[in-house]
Design a protein around this ligand. Structure first.
Ligand SMILES: [Zn+2]
Ligand SMILES: [Zn+2]
Length: 253
């Protein structure tokens, strides 16, 4: 093969590689619902997003000892996580952050811009960095934040452009789970959503039908969704309902 062809195939490959959507793994490390009995449950939410490039921790639960103990049992080193995203200020999502940063001060923390000075100072005191989020932006390859949406409080959710389609991950969904899904579709200019996972914040039962209208293929409601709504989703979505809770691993490939 001469040099010209080599360069040409190189360019072609890099274009293809750029368009390739990534395989994603989600690991629940903190939730009040349980999937793996050897892990600890507590009120709160934290999920690790594994992309081909890096590990991102979305929320930190309420208690750093529980978070770190669950991560250890799942074989995730705190130092392997370079990015942390905090959805909103409530203690069951942000409470584990300080203890996590004590184990890994090299992380960059993506926080809602509205967070008080005290949290921003704490992050700096631990030796970590923070990035203030107000509008939608990219966090990593194929991973985006919705930006701050008003609940109260202000909250950000994540959107992943995966191999199977859009994945939306919410902490507590204070701005409304249906609003968040609509926002994600609009931002990414997509008609369908492959998976919505996280706390849905006690929505009305009618949100199950709304999800169908919004063309959401799979659901993994946990944390603050409420048992009644969770069961309504299970009944409607059948094999597309994913039992999410601490220890659950979802592979999207
Ligand atoms: Zn909350
Ligand atoms: Zn919560």
């Amino acid at each position: 093969m001469n040099l010209k062809i080599l360069i040409l195939t190189g360019i072609l490959f890099s274009v293809q590689a750029k368009e390739e959507k990534p395989e994603i793994t989600l690991i629940s490390v903190y939730d009040n619902y349980q999937v793996a009995p050897e892990l600890k449950t507590a009120w709160g939410f934290a999920t690790i997003i594994k992309t081909p490039r890096e590990l991102i921790l979305f929320d930190t639960g309420g208690n750093p000892e529980i978070l770190l103990s669950n991560m250890e049992k799942l074989g995730v080193e705190p130092s392997s996580i370079k990015k942390v995203v905090i959805s909103h200020i409530h203690g069951d999502h942000a409470g584990g952050l300080e203890g996590f940063l004590e184990k890994n001060p090299d992380a960059t923390v993506f926080i809602p811009a509205s967070f008080p000075r005290s949290i921003k100072n704490m992050i700096i005191q631990k030796g970590a960095k923070f990035v203030e989020i107000s509008t939608p932006r990219k966090i990593s390859d194929s991973v985006y934040t919705t930006g701050e949406l008003y609940g109260p409080p202000e909250e950000q959710s994540l959107i992943i452009d995966s191999k199977k389609g859009l994945i939306v991950i919410t902490g507590c969904a204070h701005p409304g789970i249906v609003n968040i899904v609509k926002k994600a579709k609009k931002l990414m200019k997509k008609d369908k959503v492959y998976l919505v996972v996280g706390g849905f914040h006690h929505p009305p039962i009618s949100c199950v039908k709304e999800f169908r209208k919004l063309q959401v293929k799979k659901v993994a409601p946990s944390h603050c969704t409420g048992d009644l709504v969770r069961e309504a989703f299970r009944k409607e979505y059948k094999e597309d309902f994913i039992e999410y809770g601490v220890g659950k691993v979802i592979e999207i490939k």
